[in-house]
Ligand binder design. Structure first.
Ligand SMILES: Nc1nc2c(c(=O)[nH]1)N[C@H]1C(S)=C(S)[C@@H](COP(=O)(O)OP(=O)(O)OC[C@H]3O[C@@H](n4cnc5c(=O)[nH]c(N)nc54)[C@H](O)[C@@H]3O)O[C@H]1N2
Ligand SMILES: Nc1nc2c(c(=O)[nH]1)N[C@H]1C(S)=C(S)[C@@H](COP(=O)(O)OP(=O)(O)OC[C@H]3O[C@@H](n4cnc5c(=O)[nH]c(N)nc54)[C@H](O)[C@@H]3O)O[C@H]1N2
Ligand SMILES: [Mo]
Length: 762
């Protein structure tokens, strides 16, 4: 078991070929199956994959795209298979592994190498001053955490992070524990992800979630996909785009990169996709400059306002506020500024306006390409404004569709994992459990790093995720976490964050989605919420990676019991039977009435959405709100480029499945930077050259002093991206993103605009 695994971990064999123009198809699933066999072997692969996204099976730990009624016999995609294989692997990380590798040594390893070692099996403890993790009993491990928490002078010195894999049940217990303990310090991966969408939508339409269902996507007349790469990150979305296309929908892609999955889809589940030519997707492909979407949507608003015949005047007068001001702000447009910001021709923007004018039902989907910019919140509100002009909210085929990342990131928020909980939620929690939850807002991700850096926080606990590698400014984040008195990670797999420890540290291994969760009352199911507010059950059947593993719920409830001995909350009852947790959720969270029985329905149930269901907007004005913003776009000084940090096809955030980025033509390497050939010529650089990427940052207020950060030795790949824009993979490039470079109001790191220059490596 403890045999060393050889993992190729360098770019020595990097090969580059031209990018592809279509996505998916049989080769994709074949590639993924090969990966599954390598991790699980044939019998386990078959047994596991057949239960993916099936009634009575488990929810795919891949992305948050909904399942079409849980009916297809093989409702999985290439990346779902990879995500399952990564978790259901037969490889194991045992105490002998930790005896052999010091923490210092693990710190030098990539997340790929760490992840390939397999599943964690044993609670591990690093004592103060020690160089290695050593095995520890569950009881002793949880006593250590409880001891630290009880010893803090203020509950706000503890920080409780969550990644969006956590089930509703675990998330609910976790936030209850944090609040019963006395803090709202609950940063989560959302802070780095769709926080900008939540902030923008709550103000504009009164709810921080999308307003469409899968049926709406399939019935839209116009589908806009902006700042999203579904071919890699939400492959099952391509089936919905294909279905829409077959019904005559038009599709517009807005993206600086020509992403294969937006150009053409070869569906592995239809004959046409297997042997035929596939379905062309985007009718219009706008290669916008990074951060140019706000200018684009304002120009679109301007053009639509010139055509009163295409506006929905009844909707505007009955259901919206702020129209006059919005219309006045876009009565004229500076086309030169628009061209500079978007990098697009006026005729391209006019073509986009024609698409909108023709459509009676428009849905706009987006992901990280819109949310991770300084002006992300304003940009998303400008997107909503355009939809409001034509009444495209709360009617079939129309609405906003922020496509979520982690499979239960939306559910975790619904369960109260949030550093800024609302009064209504806290009041319901207080009533149900006879506690007084703290009212003061807590730290989000970036503020949590600052709190450790400045000595205000002392204990860091994470349920899932890879905080140090996923957060911006890796070196600053790592140095801050190292100041903690205790760091605790509840994890399935080893990752870079485990090698960045506080004075004392713990790794608590846990079971995953694919595995059976046995408690005193029997096998438990859990629930999750997808990107379109469908809640459904998930139940794993595989034997856990190790018989001693505890579930996330068990770890949290036992820790709560030890930390809060006087608590009147019955933690053991919740741990023993998750139905008890669900009955509390039903009492606290609106929309979860009769939770247990509604969970029986195959495919689950839909949570209410006032804008979608009844065009009701719970905003300040009681109406959907047009917002007016001054146009802004990132500045790119001469000799520099705007860098976006993206995912390759072979990774799940910081989990690296392999070293290829198939659709973009990259094989066996990750340290590449994609640059437009014309920019290369202008900068005096060339394809295949090895360069250091240097980010330059003047501070949020444009300070005089320039801060520089460096990532060494990337190979230039000449690539047809938008002008003055570059792209490279995260987490490697997170060292370049300054901690203080965040979106206004949502505080999300600006991972999609980093001003950089490229220097030939020495
Ligand atoms: N296989 C796989 N699936 C995943 C993930 C994964 O890592 N692997 N991650 C999950 C998570 S947590 C998330 S949040 C989602 C992320 O899903 P995506 O948002 O698709 O992920 P990114 O790779 O960050 O891609 C951003 C896309 O936006 C484009 N873009 C960047 N900047 C701009 C801009 O300024 N304007 C416009 N219009 N486009 C821009 C990029 O070119 C790219 O196509 O995927 C989820 N699903
Ligand atoms: N530069 C840059 N940085 C980014 C982004 C970007 O686009 N660019 N994207 C951001 C986004 S959108 C997101 S969502 C964040 C992601 O941030 P995180 O969610 O923190 O990171 P992940 O890489 O998804 O976490 C992977 C780890 O989760 C653990 N894990 C997996 N499954 C389970 C489980 O079932 N239970 C438990 N307890 N642990 C589990 C494993 O140990 C694994 O190593 O990263 C952000 N960081
Ligand atoms: Mo995400």
């Amino acid at each position: 078991m403890a045999r060393e695994l050889k993992v190729q971990d360098s770019d020595d064999h990097l090969e580059v070929s031209p990018p592809l123009h279509s996505a998916a198809g049989v080769p994709a699933v074949t590639r993924a199956m090969r990966m599954a066999m390598k991790q699980m072997g044939p019998t386990r692969s078959g047994r596991t994959l057949l239960r993916l996204n099936q009634p009575g099976g488990f929810d795919c730990p891949g992305c948050a795209w909904p399942d079409p009624g849980h009916t297809h016999a093989a409702e999985f995609c290439e990346n779902g298979v990879k995500a399952v294989a990564e978790e259901a692997t037969t490889r194991r990380v045992t105490p002998e592994f930790f005896a052999k590798h010091s923490i210092e040594e693990l710190r030098g390893r990539t997340d790929y190498w760490l992840g390939q070692q397999g599943r964690l099996t044993t609670p591990m403890h690093k004592a103060p001053g020690d160089t290695h993790y050593r095995p520890v009993s569950w009881d002793a491990a949880l006593d250590i955490v409880a001891g630290h928490l009880r010893g803090l002078s203020d509950p706000d010195e503890a920080v409780f992070y969550t990644s969006g894999r956590t089930s509703n049940e675990a998330a609910f217990c976790y936030q209850l524990f944090a609040r019963a303990y006395g803090t709202n310090n609950m940063p989560d991966c959302s802070n780095m992800c769709h926080e900008s969408s939540g902030t923008a939508l709550t103000e504009s339409i009164g709810i921080g979630k999308g307003t469409v269902t899968l049926t709406d996507v399939e019935n839209a007349e116009l589908l806009v996909v902006a700042g999203q790469n579904p071919g890699t990150n939400h492959p099952r979305m391509l089936s919905a785009l294909e279905a829409a296309k077959k019904r005559g929908a038009r599709i517009v892609a807005i993206n600086p990169l020509p992403e294969a999955g937006l150009i053409k889809f070869r569906n592995p589940q239809t004959p046409r996709g297997v042997i035929g030519p596939g379905t062309p997707l985007a009718d219009l492909y706008l290669q916008v400059r990074l951060g140019g979407d706000q200018a684009l949507f304002q120009a679109l608003g301007h053009l639509l306002l010139q055509r009163p015949d295409v506006l929905d005047k009844d909707f505007i007068s009955q259901h919206t506020s702020g129209f006059e001001e919005y219309a006045a702000s876009l009565a004229t447009l500076d086309w030169d500024a628009t061209a500079r910001a978007t990098g697009l021709q006026r005729s391209e923007i006019e073509a986009l306006a024609d698409e909108f004018a023709r459509s009676r039902a428009t849905t706009i989907c987006w992901a990280m390409g819109l949310t991770q910019h300084r002006h992300a919140v304003a940009t998303i509100q400008d997107v909503v404004d355009v939809l409001l002009l034509q009444g495209n909210i709360g009617k079939p085929g129309a609405g906003v569709c922020p496509v979520r990342g982690h499979s239960n990131v939306q559910g975790d928020r619904t369960m109260g994992v949030w550093e800024k909980p609302g009064e209504k939620f806290l009041q319901a929690l207080d009533d149900e459990f006879a506690i007084t939850a703290p009212r003061e807002h807590g730290y989000d991700v970036v503020d949590a790093v600052r709190a450790f850096r400045d000595g205000h926080a002392k204990v860091f606990m994470a349920v899932g995720g890879n905080f140090v590698r996923a957060t911006s400014d890796t070196d600053v984040t790592a140095a801050s976490l190292e100041k903690a008195a205790l760091t605790v990670h509840v994890s399935t797999k080893l990752n870079g964050s485990h090698a960045v420890t506080g004075d004392e540290a713990l790794i608590l291994p846990t079971i995953g989605r694919t595995e059976e969760d046995l408690q005193v009352s029997g096998a438990q199911r859990v629930s999750v919420e997808d990107s379109m507010s469908m809640v459904h059950a998930s139940q794993g059947r595989l034997r856990p990676a190790d018989p001693t593993l505890l579930s996330e719920v068990a770890i949290i409830c036992e820790l709560a019991r030890k930390t809060l001995p006087d608590s009147t909350i019955d933690w053991p009852a919740m741990r023993g039977d998750y139905r008890v947790i669900r009955s509390h959720i039903a009492a606290v969270v609106p929309g979860f009435e009769h939770f247990e029985t509604r969970l029986e329905r195959p495919g689950g149930f839909l949570l209410p959405s006032p804008p979608r269901d009844e065009r009701r907007f719970e905003t300040q004005s009681g109406k959907a709100t047009f917002t007016t913003h001054e146009m802004w776009a990132p500045d790119c000084p001469p000799g520099h480029l705007l860098l976006q940090t993206v995912r390759s096809h072979d990774q799940y955030n910081t989990t690296i499945y392999g070293m290829d980025d198939h659709y973009r033509g990259i094989k066996d390497g990750r340290r590449v930077v994609f640059v437009n050939p014309d920019d290369l010529a202008e900068l005096g650089l060339h394809d295949e050259q090895i360069v250091d990427i240097v980010s330059v940052w003047r501070g949020a207020a444009g300070a005089d002093e320039v801060e520089e950060r460096r990532a060494d030795r990337f190979r230039i790949v000449s690539y047809p991206t938008a002008r003055s824009c570059a792209a490279a993979y995260f987490p490697e490039t997170n060292v370049l993103v300054p901690l203080d470079s965040t979106a206004k109001r949502s505080n999300t790191p600006t991972s999609k605009t980093v001003v950089v220059r490229l220097e030939p490596s020495t």
